[in-house]
Design a protein around this ligand. Structure first.
Ligand SMILES: [Zn+2]
Length: 435
């Protein structure tokens, strides 16, 4: 979370009003999102600590154990903040999201009650206001926001804390990292961080490691360590994974319902990424990709990952659909100057189809349109609603299409006439995953 060096200029997605070609983006706009580490003058409103309220909360038999937040993500204005960028192009938010998914599973398995941002598809504004407010509303026993450090930052787990209890929590988690032979760095007192100084319970910002696209197996181990440390701190017995601790280091981790299972027609579109961006890049770069250069392909994949993740869609499925629609970026309509990555408005009649002025615009139009198929009207959060509105401005969508595709199966015969359409998209997704 500390540094923002790297290829950040290609990974932020702006709303259409300010959209411009990704590579021509001036750095100063990015700087505008970097204020979250600075001390804040305006404190976040903390829930009233009226003694009666406190008593009532104490008396409640089931106080929430853990609020688990994912570092970075969507700001209030709908702009996606990816956090630090690894030398391999990996976005911090994506990596933290995956660790939280594993940590959530391990905590629940151990009997803790947890509310995680991973279940909600979007994250907080980068200055911590959103997650601090949420923590105070939920009043859990501990509040944790997972981050990775910049690519040249601290190698290994480091807990950022302000309170003594936060420090103890950092140490418990650190011990669980060490027990798994994961790298460990010193914990750091950070009194200026809003998530730590404006929350009313023990709070911690674990910096898992330098940001990098770690294998799912490593992130699972990191998530398990996080969960075990929290259990230890809360006095809750930690329940290891079903196959015992050895399972964690098995080269083929047990299929996870959200991350590791094969993609089928029944796979949900609102889900954590089922494959890292690096695998998608490898897949596309290994095939002819029309008039797009290798750099273009990387830009397109990163932009898809940023856009889809910001609204809770599994980016793998969105890119798989793009690849299916465009013959992995070789179709006429996918090329410049059309940049239509999903056959939007393409009827087969010569010259009929949507054209987009930038890669970003084409990717946002596709992702938002797909999201409209996934979510019924009224079920969107603000970021989702904004993207759908933007996408449907490019081409209207009949009302009876809204929310019909929570899984890929809903797209068959609707997005495309082909009854086998969902199976084809799933097949591409699995080809990418197994590449
Ligand atoms: Zn961060």
């Amino acid at each position: 979370m500390r540094g923002r060096a790297g290829r950040a200029d290609t990974s932020i997605v702006e709303p259409q009003a300010t959209a411009r070609p990704l590579l021509a983006r001036p750095a100063r706009l990015f700087l505008a999102t970097r204020t979250y580490l600075a001390a804040r003058r305006t404190p976040v409103p903390v829930i009233a600590r009226d003694p009666r309220t406190a008593e009532r909360k104490e008396a409640m038999p089931q106080r929430l154990d853990v609020f688990l937040a994912v570092g970075h993500g969507v700001e209030d204005n709908g702009i996606f903040d990816p956090g630090a960028i690894g030398t391999d192009g990996r976005m911090e938010h994506m990596e933290a999201f995956q660790v939280c998914t594993f940590a959530l599973a391990a905590m629940r398995r151990s009997g803790l009650t947890v509310i995680s941002e991973t279940a909600q598809g979007a994250s907080h504004d980068p200055d911590f206001k959103g997650s601090a407010r949420r923590a105070n509303e939920l009043n859990p026993r501990v509040a944790i926001e997972v981050h990775f450090d910049s690519h040249n930052g601290v190698p290994g787990y480091s807990g950022l804390y302000v309170s003594d209890q936060g420090k103890q929590l950092a140490a418990k988690i650190g011990a669980a990292f060490q027990a798994r032979n994961l790298p460990r760095a010193a914990d750091v007192e950070r009194p200026e961080l809003l998530f730590l100084n404006s929350t009313s319970m023990p709070a911690l910002i674990p910096e898992i490691n330098r940001v990098h696209d770690y294998p799912a197996q490593v992130n699972q181990t990191q998530g398990e360590a996080l969960a075990e440390g929290v259990c230890d701190f809360l006095g809750q017995p930690f329940k290891p994974p079903a196959g015992g601790p050895d399972e964690i280091s098995h080269p083929h981790p047990h299929p996870h319902p959200h991350d590791n299972g094969q993609v089928t027609e029944n796979s949900k579109l609102l889900a954590a990424p089922r494959a890292p961006a690096s695998q998608v890049r490898e897949f596309l770069l290994g095939r002819s990709h029309g008039g797009y250069t290798d750099d273009d392909v990387e830009t397109i994949v990163d932009s898809y990952y940023a856009t889809a993740t910001a609204v809770g869609l599994d980016p793998l499925l969105v890119v798989a659909q793009m690849s299916e629609e465009t013959g992995h970026l070789t179709s006429f309509w996918s090329q410049r100057p059309r940049r239509n990555f999903a056959g939007i408005g393409v009827t087969g009649k010569e010259g009929v189809g949507n054209k987009f002025p930038s890669l970003t615009a084409g990717i946002r139009a596709h992702t938002g349109r797909l999201l409209a198929y996934v979510l019924p009207t009224g079920a969107e959060n603000p970021a989702q609603a904004a993207l759908i509105t933007e996408a449907l401005q490019a081409r209207d969508l009949p009302a009876d299409r809204r929310g019909i595709a929570p899984t890929l199966a809903g797209l068959s015969g609707k997005w495309a006439m082909d009854k086998g359409y969902a199976a084809k998209v799933a097949a591409v997704a699995n080809q990418i995953r197994n590449a």
